[in-house]
Design a protein around this ligand. Structure first.
Ligand SMILES: Nc1ncnc2c1ncn2[C@@H]1O[C@H](COP(=O)(O)OP(=O)(O)OP(=O)(O)O)[C@@H](O)[C@H]1O
Length: 325
């Protein structure tokens, strides 16, 4: 008997993607009863998963009948990565305001500042409080209706982090595996470029999609294209491109100028075949509000409306991605 269950267990562990998901296994009178953890699997993947296991077990001489119970974490959490190819294009500003706009649209939103070497979310979101931890799990702090974690809350401000890849990945893990249990949407503010953090996030936490931020400038767009390419290669759908710092309205005379050019990102999105989510102007008030820890998305002005429109477009794109699966 023990031999039989040992064989079934070994066969299950050999099946790709199954190891670690079997939370209970019993074999009695030829009936194999399994409890499987299906957390994070889309409906189609879940039924394929169940089918593969059933087919394999039914072919074993030790098994006459298979009974499977699927369990999963209560909240299905969708992770959206916000990336850029180049630094300083406003990715953190966008991530913060988008997180707030999504929360105002009724989602329960978590914001992870994955820019381990240059965290800026505590300042932008106006909460530099050190988070508590329970049994080594960090409890995110509240900021403008969003819950947030950043390495900037854990290290002394202005301290340079001389960390190598594995330490950075482990810090990312601490943030991503914080107490997010009531959050249904996570916005991850990535560092610029295509390095260790991006790769770890994609491999371990499988974002449902990525938003790419670029200025209209050609150079930023070339870099943005690189970031898009990375996500595509790693099978993370690109939800869309946001153009930031487009069209500067002079606060004195109101004249609009385009210091970084105009329309470049929308044209590039068209060429690359990805949705264009919208354009955020270069505005003194956005910069001032970010520095003051009061992101414009919390207000009721024109800029809050822009971020709210972006959030709606993003949710629509997410829906169409889900329908495509
Ligand atoms: N639309 C905007 N109008 C005016 N200032 C902006 C705008 N977007 C961002 N900024 C300002 O530009 C600077 C860089 O923005 P931010 O930190 O969001 O960029 P980033 O791409 O995340 O940079 P990093 O590469 O450091 O992660 C900040 O001072 C921010 O306030």
């Amino acid at each position: 008997m023990d031999d039989d269950i040992g064989k079934v267990s070994a066969a299950l562990n050999e099946l790709p993607g199954v190891a670690g998901r079997v939370s209970a296994l019993r074999l009695k009178g030829g009936i194999a009863t399994l409890v499987l953890d299906a957390s994070g699997l889309a409906p189609e993947a879940r039924s394929n998963f169940q089918h593969r296991i059933r087919t394999m077990l039914e072919a074993m001489p030790e098994v006459d009948q298979v009974r499977i119970a699927l369990t999963e974490e209560k909240v299905h959490r969708t992770i959206i990565a916000v990336g850029s190819g180049k630094g300083g294009v406003g990715k953190s500003t966008l991530a913060a305001n988008l997180a707030i706009a999504l929360a105002r649209a009724g989602r329960t939103v978590g914001l992870v500042d994955a820019d381990i070497y240059g965290p800026s979310q505590p300042r932008i979101m106006g909460n530099e409080q050190r988070p508590d931890a329970v049994e080594k799990q960090i409890i995110p702090v509240d900021a403008h209706g969003v819950k947030m974690l950043s390495i900037g809350q854990l290290v002394e401000a202005g301290t340079a982090l001389a960390w190598r890849g594995p330490m950075v990945t482990s810090a990312l893990g601490q943030l991503m595996d914080g107490e997010w249990s009531d959050r249904d949407l996570m916005i991850v503010d990535l560092p610029p470029g295509t390095g260790d953090i991006q790769m770890s996030l994609v491999q371990k936490w499988r974002p449902a999609g990525a938003v790419i931020v670029s200025t209209p400038q050609d150079l930023a767009l070339i870099d943005a294209t690189r970031a898009i390419d990375l996500f595509r290669k790693m099978n993370v759908p690109v939800i869309g491109l946001v153009e930031n710092m487009a069209g500067y309205a002079c606060p004195h005379c109101g004249e609009i100028s385009d210091p970084f050019g105009s329309g470049g990102a929308e044209a590039a999105a068209g060429t690359l075949g990805i949705p264009f989510l919208g354009r955020i102007p270069l505005s003194l008030s956005i910069r001032e509000a970010s520095d003051a820890g009061t992101p414009p998305a919390i207000g009721d002005g024109e800029e809050a409306a822009l971020f709210s429109t972006l959030a709606t477009k993003l949710l629509d794109q997410m829906k169409s991605l889900e329908n495509r699966v």
